[in-house]
Write a protein that binds this ligand. Structure first.
Ligand code: SF4
Length: 299
């Protein structure tokens, strides 16, 4: 296969996976929604969960996106330093987003700043958003495809606190945000929290926290304990599915961290909704691939 053919083949794989990710939730989210539905005692909450599962089944059956807001397409990469198409990845992902927009079809959600015009392709200035980690001595690439909705993780919130505010200040901020903007997303919610020394670092980490598998824990015991305590506290708000009240509010709380300056402690929150459309695709240097997030998926 020559270089041009390889570019076309990878574009086709990523386009088909982007299309797929808008119609099928990943296995861990499906498992968590099933668990939360079983935990609900109220008839209203059960009806809402039933409608979510009916909606997902119809989306699969009719081959249509599972939410009307197909979001802004974002790709988070772990790219091997020896991946043969590294130089073409930005072009490939942009073409893939535009193709999936036509094939799925996905709603047009890319509005150019200052022009205030929708491009109609889900591509434009820095859209799709691409976030890179380069992995040394690897020849493959792992791609997280994420559809960030206008009600869930796009309107994230962040704040830089004085260090004296401490971890109590972080918790207070989380509850302030989750009881105001948090309910604009459709619960149950996946709460991504980033903590670091500056607002840009915290914001990026809060988004990355949404890609961790549900049920995974922060590697530091205090981080893991804080995740559990926040989960318990946020569940006690009792948002329930779609915010109509119920036993639980969240699918999980994930914290990602970076060491901070002694004078600052920044915190940011990104919230994923119940229709948390993310998928993980690993492509090898020979362009064979594996879908890690959706068992048995066929593109
Ligand atoms: S919050 Fe999620 S489920 Fe609700 S409309 Fe937005 S993308 Fe769809």
């Amino acid at each position: 296969m020559d270089h041009e053919q390889a570019v076309r083949q990878m574009t086709d794989i990523v386009a088909r996976f982007t299309d797929y990710a808008g119609k099928h939730l990943p296995d861990d989210i499906m498992g968590k929604l099933t668990e939360l539905r079983a935990a609900e005692g109220s008839p209203l909450a059960r009806v809402v969960y039933d409608s979510m599962f009916d909606n997902l089944a119809m989306a699969a059956q009719l081959n249509r996106p599972c939410c009307q807001d197909t979001g802004v397409i974002q790709y988070y990469l772990k790219a091997g330093s020896r991946f043969p198409l590294l130089a073409e990845v930005r072009h490939i992902l942009t073409e893939a987003a535009a193709t999936a927009t036509r094939t799925a079809p996905l709603r047009h959600n890319a509005v150019q700043i200052f022009e205030e015009k929708n491009t109609g392709t889900n591509t434009g200035e820095r859209i799709p958003w691409i976030d890179w980690d380069i992995v040394p001595d690897s020849s493959g690439i792992e791609i997280e495809v994420y559809m960030a909705g206008g009600g869930c993780s796009l309107p994230g919130q962040g704040k830089t606190l004085m260090p004296a505010a401490g971890y109590e200040g972080i918790v207070a901020f989380v509850f302030e945000v989750m009881t105001t903007y948090g309910v604009n997303a459709c619960p149950p919610l996946l709460v991504g929290i980033g903590i670091g020394g500056s607002i840009d670092v915290a914001a990026n980490l809060s988004k990355r926290a949404l890609f961790r598998p549900i049920g995974s824990r922060h590697p530091h015991p205090r981080g893991a304990a804080m995740e559990l305590l926040l989960e318990k506290g946020l569940n006690e708000i009792g948002l329930g599915p779609q915010g109509l009240s119920g036993t639980n509010s969240v699918m999980g709380v994930h914290i990602e961290t970076a060491a901070r300056h002694p004078s600052t402690i920044s915190v940011a929150i990104s919230v994923g909704c119940w229709a948390h459309r993310r998928g993980t695709l690993r492509i090898n240097d020979d362009l064979s691939y594996e879908i890690l997030s959706h068992k048995g998926a066929q593109l």
